[in-house]
Each structure stands twice: as structure tokens, then as C-alpha cells.
Design a protein around this ligand. Structure first.
Ligand SMILES: Cc1cc2nc3c(=O)[nH]c(=O)nc-3n(C[C@H](O)[C@H](O)[C@H](O)COP(=O)(O)OP(=O)(O)OC[C@H]3O[C@@H](n4cnc5c(N)ncnc54)[C@H](O)[C@@H]3O)c2cc1C
Length: 294
């Protein structure tokens, strides 16, 4: 079925409770079908007719509909603004063009696969998801939607209608990095750094998020606190991997051991911070002048 309003879509989900599937770009639904995960599904609710494919440049935030594709993110003027760099980079890094043409922001978040590239970026940009639960519209931080109690809503009765991305304050920049085993593979780990610096190059705000395959997405408050108030220079960058490693508990996966993923997260995040701060990462040196380049 192709509902024309959010209420119709929610009503369809309720009518076929537990046996209905929301369909956005369909790229992950096809993976689910291949795995036999859709055997109980009796109704497909196609979100195409809801008009959720626009990007609105509002006052202090940008509203992107859940059906906005990754290629639309890449081509959007609104996301050319300083501070949104990581969003465009992550969209660009997601699979081949066929996937970028079809995959949507809502589908990327709702498929809840660790590790999706756009998710740590939305978290580091402090994006909120607008979620329709029954007849009620709730605004939930993307991190809470995936990691908090709200995560049980996804895949059941919740429909993401869009995202609110706060407009980055002056002095903000962001950067996304990913590590994969081959050019066509999904990330083993990825990292997104959003930082804001004052006129003297001191960090005044930082939101840092990493994703690790099979484990999920993690904010890194200890590393953020370490950076805030500091000049982001080679010495500060060199300390980042060590602090990140104290904040993460990961599990072994066939693509990489827990220790390797933790180490990768630290170095990728360091590189993302360096990129956001426009510092050459080769300057990363510890107090003894030792290059800790990963
Ligand atoms: C060949 C290939 C390569 C890929 N490479 C990468 C990669 O390099 N990096 C990466 O990050 N990802 C990669 N992906 C995964 C891709 O990001 C996801 O498949 C895609 O984001 C899902 O979006 P979709 O719009 O196609 O969602 P769908 O496939 O339509 O839906 C996915 C799930 O989310 C639910 N859903 C969809 N929209 C909503 C909504 N608005 N509200 C609530 N629930 C919803 C659906 O019911 C379904 O369970 C790849 C996928 C493929 C097939």
C-alpha cells in the first residue's frame, strides 16, 4: 500500500501490527528478504507518497525528510554550509551510486545495522529524529533512538518522518572517516568529529562519535572534555587515541578483534578531528616528540 498521509501510514502499521514493513529506498529491505527475515510480513507500507523527500532550510535548523536520499544530501545547497562537511562525506562514502540514489536518511537510521556511515554523523551533528508513534509525534535525539529506551520503537510501530539538524554555530567544522577492508565493503569502524573553535583556534565545543561493526555507535564524552578549552595541535591530537581507548568496550567480530577496532576508532577519530580543525595529522606527536601516527 502507498499511503498519502502519516496518519494513513500509521493506521496501516497498526492494522497489520507486527506483520507490516515500512519501505523506503528498499536497499536494506532486500537484504532482509534475502536472509529470510521478512517471512512474517503481510503488508508493505511504501513511504513514497508521503512527501517526505524535501530539505527545508529553516531558521536555526535544517529539516530533512526521512525519504531524502543520500545523493540528495550530497547535492543539497543547505548542507554545503560550514559544519555539515561530515554529512556530505558520509553520504558520499555510502556504497555505490545505485545505493546512494535509493537509500534514504530514514532507512539508514531505521535499519539499525552497526555500522552505517551516516549515523555517527547525525549523532555528532546533534540531529534529532521526528518520530511518529501511533498518533503522537515525538522528537528524539538520534543517539537515544538507537541506544536508549526508544530503540524498541524502531521496526515496530515507529515511523521516522524526518530529521532536525541544528545549524552549526560560526567556527564549526566536521569531518567523517571510515575504515573498511575493501572498497566495496561496509565500514569496520567509522568516526565523526564536529568541533567548534574560537578565533584563536581553541576548541570551544566538540561532539565526537564512533561506530564499530557489530557493537553500535558511541559518543565519547571523556575525549570531548579533553579537547574543550584546548588548542587543537599535534600534542592534543596525539593524546586522542589513548583517551578514546579508555571509553570503549567492544567485542570481537570476524572482521576485526575488539582491540583492533578500539585502536582503529582512536586513530580514525584523531584524523577526523585533525581534518575538522584543518591540522595536518602528521603533526600528531606526544610529549616526547614520538609520532603516534596509526
Ligand atoms: C550493496 C550495498 C552496499 C552498501 N554499502 C553501505 C556503505 O558503504 N555504508 C553504509 O553506511 N551503508 C551501506 N549500505 C546500507 C545502506 O546504507 C542501507 O541499505 C540504506 O541506508 C537503507 O535505507 P533505505 O532507504 O534503502 O531503507 P529500506 O531498505 O527501505 O528500509 C530499511 C529498514 O528501515 C525501515 N524503515 C525505512 N524507512 C523508515 C522510516 N522512515 N521510519 C521507520 N522505519 C523505516 C524499514 O522497514 C526497514 O526495516 C549498503 C547497502 C547495500 C545493499
Amino acid at each position: 500500500m502507498i499511503p498519502k498521509t502519516l496518519n494513513e501510514a500509521v493506521a496501516a502499521m497498526e492494522e497489520h501490527r507486527g506483520e507490516a514493513l515500512l519501505y523506503a529506498g528498499g536497499t536494506y529491505v532486500h537484504e532482509q528478504r534475502e536472509r529470510g527475515a521478512l517471512l512474517k510480513i503481510k503488508a508493505i507500507v511504501d513511504l513514497e507518497g508521503l512527501g517526505l523527500d524535501t530539505i527545508e532550510n529553516g531558521g536555526d535548523s535544517i529539516k530533512a525528510g526521512a525519504m531524502v536520499t543520500l545523493n540528495k544530501v550530497i547535492g543539497s545547497d543547505a548542507f554545503r554550509a560550514a559544519g555539515f562537511e561530515a554529512l556530505v562525506q558520509a553520504a558520499y562514502a555510502t556504497g555505490p551510486d545505485q545505493i546512494k540514489n535509493a537509500a534514504t536518511l530514514g532507512g539508514a537510521v531505521a535499519c539499525w545495522v552497526p555500522v552505517i556511515d551516516i549515523v555517527p554523523v547525525l549523532m555528532s551533528l546533534r540531529a534529532k529524529a521526528v518520530v511518529q508513534v501511533a498518533r503522537e509525534s515525538r522528537t528524539i535525539e538520534v543517539g537515544d533512538l538507537l541506544n536508549g529506551p526508544e530503540k524498541t520503537l524502531l521496526g515496530k510501530t515507529a515511523l521516522i518522518s524526518g530529521f532536525l539538524l541544528p545549524r552549526p554555530a560560526p567556527g564549526s567544522r566536521s569531518q567523517f572517516k571510515k575504515f573498511r577492508r575493501s572498497a566495496s565493503d561496509w565500514a569496520v569502524v567509522n568516526a565523526s568529529a564536529s568541533i567548534r573553535s574560537d578565533g584563536a583556534g581553541r576548541c570551544v565545543d566538540a561532539k565526537l562519535v564512533v561506530g564499530a561493526r557489530a557493537d553500535g555507535y558511541f559518543s565519547l564524552p571523556r575525549t570531548e572534555q579533553f579537547l574543550i578549552g584546548k588548542q587543537i595541535d599535534g600534542k592534543a591530537l596525539a593524546a586522542v587515541p589513548g583517551i578514546v581507548s579508555t571509553e570503549l568496550t567492544l567485542t570481537d567480530h570476524f572482521t576485526a578483534s575488539a582491540d583492533y577496532k578500539r585502536s582503529l576508532c582512536g586513530f580514525l577519530l584523531r584524523d577526523a578531528i585533525a581534518g575538522a580543525a584543518k591540522i595536518d595529522v602528521s603533526q600528531a606527536r606526544d610529549a616526547k616528540g614520538v609520532d603516534r601516527h596509526g
